[in-house]
Design a protein around this ligand. Structure first.
Ligand code: ADP
Length: 522
């Protein structure tokens, strides 16, 4: 630098330093520092190496005047420089390495100036400028350059901090957005600060529409099981009555009215985020959809009341007939004894199949599948036996219709009998006793189909999918006056699907229903 231009240089330096420190984007800071230093020193090549926070080594992070292919060999030289610097850096060693670097770039580079970028005594990196000619650099020049480097180091440090904070913010945003639970953050005045995607899905509210608006405009309860956040705050939350602050959470559960007016059962956990001096900075809320949990609870109570009712009826009948027969003051005619015993037997059979259904259902629940014991099954013969057994319990005309040579299949006979019994029992239960029930089959090269057709009231179209659900019973007059657990079709479906088969139903309201299942022949 020529002395007469020094004031001019300093002004230029000041201006550049301002431009650099005003930047927070690290690549932009590096680019500006690099261009300013190369311009100041009239250099040809400029390099900024920064220390990597993982291995503490220096790597080239910005460069000008060289092709990207030179970067790996420069990085190698930087590693050697660092290795040789362990017990203090000697000027000779530094010069030797700078010379080697210059040679890897271009033989014609004559001079290099290296300045450490240091912030708060921490080496952040190295700024190197190579020139293609030699000039003397005075002590004053070096002081000016080093003060520029110190300013640059501050800018680099700030930009690195900003980059790290940004990465952290992105990481948190990703965690927040990918969480399956809804999350929202409230300001201390209970207005929305932030919400995540699951929250948008659950409530139907978009981020843009909720930010800044009061919580109770969005969290609207149809039914609330316990006190809401406001009550807790009125009682002093999150501070103890002794004035201490603590991170006790609040749980609120109820039916939320979504933006579209539908309701959703949710549970919200509120946690306070406190400042160092104990003031409430924000409230973080976690929202969980508890519909399934509620459904399971409901099912459990339906289950208990159904079982109670279903078991009680046959037991009461058996007890009534048995105690009648036991009366010592009456001599019963043998025909009465036979009739009453037949009823006791039928009710005992009903109890057995009920218990069998319950066991199968709870096994499916526990094991998530039906275990099969496979053997040859003559479906036609199994169907005939079911008809014989159930015929006595009804006045229906039961027609059996199987084609000749109906094939033998591989299956679990006990389970298939259970499926056929359930379909046949339903046809008996849900169709008038003066009607006909047809049990039959057909087959192709690949599969066999079994069906039970009745001439009952039929099943409305909207119910056809639901009747296979566990404990589902249609809410109509006929079903209400008919005993049942709502387990029968659920089990038939599970059994048939375990055989890799399919179940289906066709029904015309007022004309009757036909249930089919198809099983593969192999
Ligand atoms: P349930 O023990 O109530 O009979 P299922 O699972 O066997 O339970 O059947 C579920 C519901 O489907 C029944 O409650 C009844 O409303 C309806 N349903 C089943 N079979 C028939 C049928 N053949 N005709 C009319 N409705 C039927």
């Amino acid at each position: 630098m020529r002395p007469d231009s020094r004031t001019q240089q300093r002004d230029f330096l000041l201006e550049i330093t301002r431009a650099i420190t005003a930047q927070l984007d690290l690549s932009e800071v590096l680019r500006r520092v690099l261009h300013a230093s190369v311009a100041m020193l009239a250099g040809r090549v400029g390099i900024i190496a920064l220390r990597d926070e993982h291995d503490s080594l220096f790597y080239v992070r910005a460069y000008t005047g060289i092709p990207s292919s030179s970067v790996p060999s420069l990085n190698q030289k930087l590693v050697e420089l660092m290795e040789g610097t362990n017990d203090g850096l000697s000027r000779e060693f530094l010069n030797e390495k700078l010379r080697e670097m210059a040679d890897t770039i271009d033989e014609e580079l004559e001079q290099s100036v290296a300045m450490p970028l240091v912030f708060a005594q921490n080496p952040l990196g190295l700024l190197i400028v190579f020139r293609s000619y030699q000039t003397t650099i005075t002590g004053d020049d070096l002081i000016t350059l080093q003060s520029f480097a110190d300013q640059a180091a501050i800018a680099v440090h700030n930009a690195q901090l900003y980059e790290r904070i940004n990465q952290e913010r992105q990481r948190l945003a990703a965690i927040l957005n990918n969480s399956g639970d809804g999350v929202f953050i409230l300001n201390p005045d209970l207005t929305f600060q932030q919400v995540n995607m699951a929250f948008e899905r659950m409530t139907g509210w978009n981020t843009d529409d909720v930010i800044g608006i009061p919580k109770d405009r969005v969290i609207v309860w149809d039914k609330l099981e316990n006190h809401d956040l406001e009550t807790a705050i009125a009682a002093g939350w999150p501070h103890h009555h002794d004035g201490r602050s603590h991170v006790e959470t609040i749980y609120v559960e109820g039916d939320l009215v979504r933006r579209d007016g539908m309701t959703l059962s949710i549970g919200i956990t509120y946690a306070p985020l406190l400042t160092d001096d104990g003031r409430l900075a924000s409230i973080i809320a976690n929202v969980r959809d508890i519909t399934n949990f509620r459904k399971a609870q409901e099912m459990q109570s339906v289950f208990i009341s159904t079982i109670h009712h279903e078991l009680r009826t046959p037991i009461a009948i058996i007890k009534g007939y048995a105690s009648t027969l036991r009366r010592e003051d009456v001599e019963w005619e043998s025909s009465v004894i036979r009739e009453n015993s037949a009823i006791i037997e039928e009710e005992a059979d009903r109890l057995t199949s009920l218990v069998e259904d319950l066991l199968t259902a709870s096994k499916i629940q526990a094991e998530r599948e039906v275990k099969l014991t496979l053997a040859d099954v003559h479906l036609e013969a199994v169907a005939m036996r079911s008809v014989e057994r159930l015929e006595g319990q009804s006045k229906h005309r039961i027609v059996i219709s199987f084609p000749d040579n109906f094939p033998v299949i591989q299956g679990d006979e006990a389970r298939l009998r259970q499926a056929i019994d359930n379909l046949l029992t339903n046809a008996i239960k849900y169709s008038p006793s003066d009607k006909t029930i047809t049990v039959g089959g057909r087959f192709t090269d690949d599969d066999v189909t079994f069906f039970v057709r009745d001439e009952g009231e039929g099943i409305p179209h909207s119910q056809l999918n639901k009747i296979f659900d566990r404990f589902y019973r249609i809410d109509d007059k006929l079903t209400r006056k008919t005993q049942g657990t709502g387990l029968g079709l659920y089990l038939v479906k599970a059994i048939i699907e375990a055989h890799r088969g399919e179940i289906s139903v066709k029904s015309h309201v007022g004309h009757g229903s036909t249930f089919y299942f198809t099983l593969p022949r192999d």
